[in-house]
Write a protein that binds this ligand. Structure first.
Ligand SMILES: Cc1cc2nc3c(=O)[nH]c(=O)nc-3n(C[C@H](O)[C@H](O)[C@H](O)COP(=O)(O)OP(=O)(O)OC[C@H]3O[C@@H](n4cnc5c(N)ncnc54)[C@H](O)[C@@H]3O)c2cc1C
Length: 601
């Protein structure tokens, strides 16, 4: 029986089994045999149109490594959030590590994390319960081996953080204090007030500054990953002050560049979150996966700021409610966990209420929790609301969903290896298989620590790269002229308007048209980091939009009004692709696909 026919039996993929393979050439078929996936039939992928040609470009800049300043490291880490810092610290003093970060050491997504970090350490909790909650939130697309590894290593990962100086809040009985967040069946989230990320970032940053084996390069921008043959051999890095490029050769590169929320106008993500690492990995030819799944957070404060201030789910975990324009609670009755249902469920319900009420927000009611408790447990949120003119203990606060977390990214295996030899990745930039179609709250900080520890162990068994003699990237043809600020805001508007929380083919094709126009910017040779960021944002936005057009169903963080149901018969799998190919569909085992989703409960 052919592989195609076997899938047809197990996953209901009848269409594929009956089709001749005319749309796939020998190269595609060879890769399918190697990777265990299949390229999508024409009628599915063509609906999504073609990616702009410029996304085929290999390097952003013109350069000749022989003419540039050169440095050499055993390990080059890109990014200084929880994933990058833990990787740099975990590889140990026997390695010479270069750590590159595009802004200040502490300006990261990690810094802004409020709620905390999940771990089954409570007496009533267990690894099995944490696993089960993660699988339900992931709506059939989690890789159970990965989930088991991550939740199973949580206690060790948390101990590592504590050993590095992170202090979590304690309960009155002296044990660690655990909060409850969306999708968790019991309190499981360790926290430091409502500024857990800042506490973690502060402790790890101090440790890095005193680590002798790490050379720190703040204000240095990853322009591109360098490859020789089929291997990543280092990075082209731009000094933000002098604007001069330099070559950082390395035996191994660890990509830890975080998310890409800045491609949306309404987002909780800081300005650094422009998807540079994902775009660079794409250009270098690494496989990416699941990029259609962009998680929106249900409760960002609805005010004009960019980024929006987040109001952590832990506040709902302590008893705050969501109210509609009539002052009625609307989540009770929709899901057994009510306001603490998985994020996709709460977001979709909020969207429905906003349409029904013709208002750009719903209301968060925390008045009954009392001023003293709110100020003590949620000091950051108290201050943010106050700055925006709201008294959390006396008034309803307007909240609305905002782009929050990139579920997909660079595809990695269980030890953080990408498909490109020499390149590892950890944290939000990855698609590890942990989150499936929808991240369970507070699993991402945990993922960053666990994968960085695993990468560090794997690196010790790695093979040193042969030194590439010289890499040259030719001149870029100048075919367009743009105002960078206008390009950035046009892109953000288009993504929020047409490729945001609720999607349709009509809207997505509008977004694709705007992006196709903007993609001519990729043909312009630019040097300033703001300009390179916009080029990366165009690449990432085009990838999200394309994948969202291909996936004709609603699942987890991907909602299509024109395909409102989860469709396990046709879409229980991942879209995996790389530069120069169209998305490949990799089905998940049938047992995984049957896991009920949060929306089904
Ligand atoms: C407001 C908010 C609240 C959150 N709350 C929680 C929570 O309570 N619990 C939880 O688990 N998760 C939470 N998250 C998600 C979580 O914070 C992130 O997923 C996680 O911190 C990502 O860590 P990271 O190390 O992968 O990336 P980041 O911490 O974002 O770090 C990325 C690093 O890469 C650098 N970088 C990027 N591009 C380049 C480039 N071109 N060159 C050089 N350097 C580059 C950046 O400067 C930065 O140092 C929250 C996110 C936000 C935005």
């Amino acid at each position: 029986m052919s592989r195609g026919a076997r899938w047809a039996r197990s996953s209901g993929w009848w269409l594929l089994a009956e089709r001749p393979d005319t749309h796939r050439d020998e190269h595609d078929l060879a890769r399918e045999r190697r990777t265990g996936g299949t390229f999508l039939p024409d009628e599915r992928r063509l609906k999504a149109g073609e990616l702009p040609e410029s996304l085929g470009r290999r390097y952003l800049l013109e350069f000749d490594t022989d003419e540039l300043l050169q440095q050499r490291f055993d390990v080059l880490v890109v990014g200084s959030g929880i994933a990058g810092l833990m990787a740099a610290l975990s590889v140990g003093p026997e390695c010479k590590v270069g750590l590159v970060t595009k802004a200040r050491l502490t300006e990261t997504g990690t810094w802004y994390a409020q709620g905390g970090i999940a771990g089954a350490v409570g007496e009533a909790d267990s690894v099995e319960l944490h696993l089960a909650d993660t699988l339900v939130a992931g709506q059939g697309l989690c890789d159970e081996r990965v989930v088991r590894a991550v939740v199973g290593e949580a206690a060790a990962a948390l101990a590592d953080l504590e050993a590095l100086g992170v202090r979590f809040d304690l309960a009155e009985n002296g044990g660690v204090s655990l909060a409850r967040e969306g999708g968790h069946s019991l309190p499981r989230v360790l926290h430091t007030g409502d500024a857990t990320g800042a506490a973690i970032q502060g402790a790890l940053s101090s440790a890095i500054r005193s680590a002798d084996h790490v050379d720190l390069f703040e204000d240095h921008f990853l322009a591109d990953l360098l490859t020789a043959g089929e291997r990543c051999v280092g990075a082209l890095v731009l000094d933000g002050t002098t604007r001069r490029p330099a070559v950082f050769w390395a035996d191994s590169v660890v990509l830890a560049t975080g998310g890409c929320g800045q491609v949306y106008r309404v987002t909780t993500n800081p300005r650094i979150a422009t998807g540079d690492g994902l775009a660079a990995a794409w250009r270098a030819g690494a496989e990416i996966s699941d990029v259609e799944f962009v998680q929106f957070h249900p409760t960002a404060l609805d005010h004009a700021d960019h980024p929006r201030s987040l109001i952590t789910e832990a506040l709902r975990g302590e008893g705050a409610y969501l109210l509609d324009c009539s002052g009625e609670r609307f989540m009770a009755g929709v899901h057994p966990l009510a306001e603490l249902a998985p994020r996709d469920v709460v977001c979709r319900e909020i969207e429905g209420v906003m349409v029904r009420c013709q208002q750009p927000h719903v209301w968060l009611d925390a008045r009954h929790l009392g001023e003293a408790h709110l100020r003590k447990r949620f000091p950051t949120i108290w201050e943010r609301c106050k700055e925006a003119g709201y008294d959390l203990s006396a008034e309803l606060v307007p909240v609305a969903p905002a782009a929050h977390y990139m579920v997909g990214g660079v595809k990695v295996d269980l030890v953080g290896r990408t498909s490109l030899p020499g390149l590892y990745a950890a944290g939000e930039v990855t698609a590890s298989g942990l989150h499936g179609a929808n991240r369970l709250a507070s699993n991402s900080l945990l993922e960053g620590v666990v994968f960085s520890r695993r990468i560090a162990r794997a690196l010790h068994d790695g093979v040193p790269a042969e030194r590439a003699a010289r890499i040259v990237s030719g001149p870029v043809e100048q075919t367009a002229a743009f105002t960078i600020g206008a390009a950035r805001s046009t892109l953000q508007q288009a993504m929020t308007g047409f490729a945001g929380m609720i999607r349709s083919e009509g809207g997505l094709s509008e977004a694709a048209a705007v992006l196709a126009g903007l993609s001519r910017l990729l043909d312009v040779s630019l040097r300033r980091t703001e300009e390179l960021e916009v080029q990366n944002m165009i690449t990432v936005a085009a990838l999200i939009t394309h994948a969202a057009r291909v996936r004709a169903e609603t699942r987890g963080a991907h909602s299509r009004v024109d395909f409102p149901e989860r469709d396990d018969a046709n879409w229980a799998g991942h879209l995996v692709w790389q530069r120069g190919t169209t998305p490949r569909f990799v089905p998940v085992p049938v047992s995984h696909a049957r896991v009920p989703g949060g929306g089904d409960q």
